[in-house]
Design a protein around this ligand. Structure first.
Ligand SMILES: CC(C)=CCC/C(C)=C/CC/C(C)=C/CC/C(C)=C/[C@@H]1[C@@H](COP(=O)(O)OP(=O)(O)O)[C@]1(C)CC/C=C(\C)CC/C=C(\C)CCC=C(C)C
Ligand SMILES: [Mn+2]
Length: 418
């Protein structure tokens, strides 16, 4: 059903600044694979057993914790996030089962002409914002089907506005209760009661695609963290933050982008890849912006890993590139690249037209890591960026990659398959 425009529809405020194919049951291995991304951190895979039943970490935690609350706290961020991934994948599968999900066809606009006109206006405003704020990504979306691309624009605008609440010019006035109000507004738009044009576009999107509210709520939770936290004890804490502010984008996008009908991958594995792309992007963001964040008193680097490298907050604030810093950065870059690799495995499983923009964004973002290296790890005074020429060069490469058949299908038909 198309959304009904009841509220102050003309009031527009922009804080400045899946189709899904049938999946197979969850493969236990997936959890193990993701876990390997922690391989070089000291709590690498603790509690994960590739032969375990999927709950082994929680079970082991409860053996050492004396109360239920302690047991819950002992569950790693990865486990908590993985549970969200499973829930999202299950929701989509359920919608497929009852036949209400959009595999190829999208629910049509069942609305009076005036509403159709207003909706078109609303999506057009989202398109404008996207084209203005994210030019390369916007270009990529033009290859997608019209329904999918406008849905992605609407999601993009909501994410950008949410980030602007804590990062935009009015950020100093933002309180936890302002975020609570933003969240109830989100609930309203999911219930078909949008507040403004941009909300109306998203409200329409979530009525047509099997998009769940949870990742949106979790992104707001990430913004709450930003209001109260400026240090991350270890990678586990940082991972949760990255999930909130960026992994969620992957989970929001997959139901719109759609999984290729010919894909043999499980829904969970595709969601995991999408999550990994968000995490990889955010880790890259963090590594690029170390100096900028430090000037705002923020250090988004695992404190324990800094200490292990013989570095302190003071060193980060001083911003001197030393061998200790270079070695520390090499490890951080390596980890971000592992998340990109994990993500790449899932891109070919997306519907054909969605692969190009995703590959393009993956290539462009991962090249920021190369630029940090080229700057001899000076991310205090230099901002690593990918030149226009390199950006343009990445587009045909991404296009070539997007033509490859889903990896899962290649495995199926490979004569070497065991
Ligand atoms: C199977 C598979 C791999 C599927 C692909 C899934 C997919 C499309 C994943 C998208 C991942 C992505 C683009 C994540 C965004 C990560 C990100 C940069 C988050 C930023 C958060 C806050 O960072 P910070 O404040 O430190 O940084 P700034 O200095 O402010 O930049 C964000 C800014 C949160 C807000 C996120 C957005 C505005 C981006 C939203 C993007 C989309 C909805 C479109 C995604 C689609 C494509 C094609 C990439
Ligand atoms: Mn931001």
């Amino acid at each position: 059903m198309a959304v009904v425009f009841l509220r102050t529809f003309s009031h527009v405020e922009l804080p400045t600044g899946l189709g899904v194919s049938e999946g197979r049951p969850c493969r236990r291995k997936q959890r193990w694979r993701l876990c390997s991304l922690y391989a070089d951190s000291k709590y690498a895979c603790a509690g994960f057993d590739p032969e375990g039943n999927g709950n082994n970490l929680a079970i082991r935690s409860s053996l050492v914790a004396s109360t239920a609350a302690e047991a819950a706290a002992a569950v790693s961020s990865e486990q908590r996030v993985y549970d969200v991934v499973l829930k999202q994948a299950a929701l989509v599968k359920e919608q497929m089962r009852v036949g209400s999900a959009v595999s190829v066809e999208v629910k049509p606009d069942l609305a009076v002409p005036e509403t159709v006109y207003l909706l078109r206006e609303a999506y057009d405003r989202c398109r404008e914002v996207c084209a203005e704020y994210a030019k390369t990504f916007y270009l990529g979306t033009l290859l997608m089907t019209p329904e999918r691309r406008r849905a992605i624009w609407a999601i993009y605008v909501w994410c950008r506005r949410t980030d602007e609440l804590v990062d935009g010019p009015n950020a100093s006035h933002i309180t936890p209760s302002a975020l609570d109000r933003w969240e109830s507004r989100l609930e309203d738009l999911f219930a078909g009661r949008p507040y403004d044009m941009f909300d109306a576009a998203l409200s329409d999107t979530v009525s047509k695609f099997p998009v769940d509210i949870q990742p949106f709520k979790d992104m707001i939770e990430g913004m709450r963290l930003d209001l109260k936290k400026s240090r991350y004890k270890n990678f586990d804490e940082l991972y949760l933050y990255c999930y909130y502010v960026a992994g969620t984008v992957g989970l929001m996008s997959v139901p719109v982008m759609g999984i290729a009908p010919e894909s043999e991958a499980t829904t969970e594995s595709v969601y995991n890849a999408a999550l990994a792309l968000g995490i990889a992007n955010q880790l890259t963001n963090i590594l690029r912006d170390v100096g900028e964040d430090a000037r705002r008193g923020r250090i988004y680097l695992p404190q324990d890993e800094l200490a292990q490298a013989g570095l302190s907050d003071e060193d980060v604030f001083k911003g001197k590139v030393t061998d200790k810093w270079r070695n520390f950065m090499k490890k951080q870059i390596k980890r971000a690249r592992m998340f990109f690799q994990e993500a790449e495995k899932g891109v070919t499983e997306l519907s054909q037209a969605s692969r190009w923009p995703v590959f393009a964004s993956l290539l462009l973002y991962s090249q920021i890591l190369d630029e940090i290296e080229k700057n001899d790890y000076d991310n205090f005074t230099k901002r690593a960026y990918v030149s226009k020429v390199k950006k343009l060069a990445a587009l045909p490469i991404a296009y070539g990659k997007s033509l490859v058949r889903p990896l899962s299908q290649q495995r199926q038909s490979s004569p070497l398959k065991s």
